[in-house]
Design a protein around this ligand. Sequence first.
Ligand code: AMP
Ligand code: ZN
Length: 116
Amino acid sequence: MANQDCIFCKIVAGEIPSDKVFQDEWVTAFRDINPLAPTHILIIPNNHLTSTNDLTPYHAAMAGRMLTVVPELAAKEGIVESGYRLIMNTGPDGNQVVMHMHLHLLGGHRMKHAMG
Ligand code: AMP
Ligand code: ZN
């Protein structure tokens, strides 16, 4: 269920280039093109969801995988002990720019404590 105009659907399908670090039947993870930290990975569902607003109980397995892949990626990045921040932006007030749900994994240097 790809959205024809969606850049992240095209990344899942391999139709535009990306630096993929993980893919399984549920999710794809790739490096953010404009990294805000030494590790900046985006974890996205393979099927198009606009945002967390589209989530239903049907998506539980996929949504669980979006989180359970995090420690695997953190281990590969060497940031398990140093730590990291997970961010999901939803809608205009959440500053969501790409309308395909995604989880930011940011690490490799100390984050500012405050949000925003
Ligand atoms: P958000 O503000 O949460 O919607 O963040 C969207 C993120 O997607 C930004 O951090 C962008 O740098 C990133 N991004 C946009 N296009 C691409 C792309 N083609 N490959 C990798 N990351 C991208
Ligand atoms: Zn999409």
